[in-house]
Write a protein that binds this ligand. Structure first.
Ligand code: AGP
Length: 367
């Protein structure tokens, strides 16, 4: 049957509201809620002894790989590389014997992924795809397929597939960390519990739209927008910037907050909004100090944080949006939602063709 928009104005809005269900459904495939353990995924390699992992994809799916790289390295102590498939396919990188690669894709049909997969297979790597379409070309090209349970995604701008992909990666990170002896059962249970709470928090964020709509009105006339974050939130800053570019046609860049003073700070004036993803946690002080530097140069700081981070940020930020306080491990999944919502509301205010942005295709099946 044809999929409808229901009571929503756009598919993108409908799909944004599916985040809680999709994250929950995807987690249920990989986590046993009773034992709070991640079930052993069916993989063509043993995570305990894997020497090195490649992650790849295109666009938003690549940014999922980038986020997962932080998790696999810091939590599972697994050496991980991540590259866009369009570069990986021509890069001729040295490959580690016994290594594996995971490709992330909503459609499972992206041409650059398929080409990079062939290259890595020829180099002896085992291949896993994380896709939303079980019968897709990428699934057929892989030794194993891990499914996201996002349902059909119609909007060209990806939303729910992205958080579903992150959810799969988070489960794998926990599982690999356990297999490699990097965390114990208690830590696994703690991280899993934090993951299982994400759908509830996501629903709360989606319920209160007025603040994010106000931010959208704030940045509507900007020509450029900077998104800043550190650590595993840095790829989410890039996702926020990508989404804004795609559907509102405003130029935006996601930057590692610590890189500001190496260039982008030259852009800062009152006309360039700075969107910061800055929840409390180990990197809070570092990011906050970068933001303060931008504010001192007249930058308009719009910060997404939690209750604990809000107090310090309110001293210099022009707007502070308070999100639920979560374990830093799951913060990237949660912060995705407001930055995607923000792009959506800006596009609606601009009156662009939200679901079918110009020049873009849902699946890029040609090089
Ligand atoms: C996301 O909003 C984009 N439209 C785009 O970057 C997309 O993620 C990319 O083209 C990859 O598509 P895939 O997940 O189907 O491989």
């Amino acid at each position: 049957a044809a999929i409808g928009k229901g009571n929503y104005r756009h598919f993108m809005e409908k799909e944004l509201h599916e985040h809680p269900a999709v994250i929950g459904d995807t987690l249920r495939q990989y986590v046993d809620p009773a034992s709070r353990a991640v079930a052993r995924p069916a993989l063509p390699f043993d995570p305990a002894t894997l020497p090195r992992l490649w992650l790849s994809g295109c666009g938003s799916a690549f940014l999922v790989g980038q986020t997962a790289r932080y998790w696999f390295e810091s939590l599972a102590r697994l050496p991980t590389d991540c590259d866009v498939a369009s570069e990986l396919r021509y890069r001729n990188p040295p490959l580690t014997e016994g290594g594996a690669a995971m490709f992330v894709s909503q459609s499972g049909e992206t041409a650059d992924n398929l080409a990079a997969m062939k290259l890595l297979r020829a180099g002896g790597q085992s291949l896993v795809s994380i896709v939303n379409v079980p019968e897709s070309s990428m699934a057929r090209e892989s030794d194993a397929t891990l499914m996201t349970v996002a349902g059909p995604e119609i909007s060209v701008a990806s939303t729910k597939a992205f958080t579903a992909q992150l959810s799969v990666m988070a489960c794998l990170a926990i599982n690999f960390a356990r297999a490699r002896g990097a965390i114990d059962a208690a830590e696994e249970a703690r991280l899993t519990a934090a993951l299982l709470e994400v759908p509830e928090h996501a629903a709360r964020i989606l319920d209160v739209t007025d603040e994010i709509e106000a931010v959208a009105a704030d940045i509507l006339d900007a020509r450029d927008v900077l998104y800043l974050a550190r650590g595993s939130l840095f790829p989410i800053a890039m996702e926020g910037a990508l989404k804004l570019k795609e559907i509102s046609y405003i130029h935006a860049e996601g930057y590692a907050a610590g890189e500001m003073k190496h260039g982008p700070i030259a852009l800062i004036d009152s006309k360039v909004p700075v969107i910061a993803l800055c929840p409390s946690g180990p990197l809070f002080e570092k990011t906050a100090s970068n933001l303060q530097e931008a504010a001192a140069r007249g930058g308009r700081i719009i910060a997404f944080t939690d209750e604990d981070g809000a107090v310090a940020l309110r001293r210099f930020a022009s707007r502070v949006v308070v999100l639920p306080k979560v374990d830093p491990f799951v913060a990237p999944i949660l912060h995705t939602i407001p930055v995607q919502m923000l792009a959506y509301y800006v596009a609606v205010l601009k009156g662009t063709d939200v679901d079918q942005p110009r020049n873009l295709a849902k699946a890029v099946t040609v090089e």
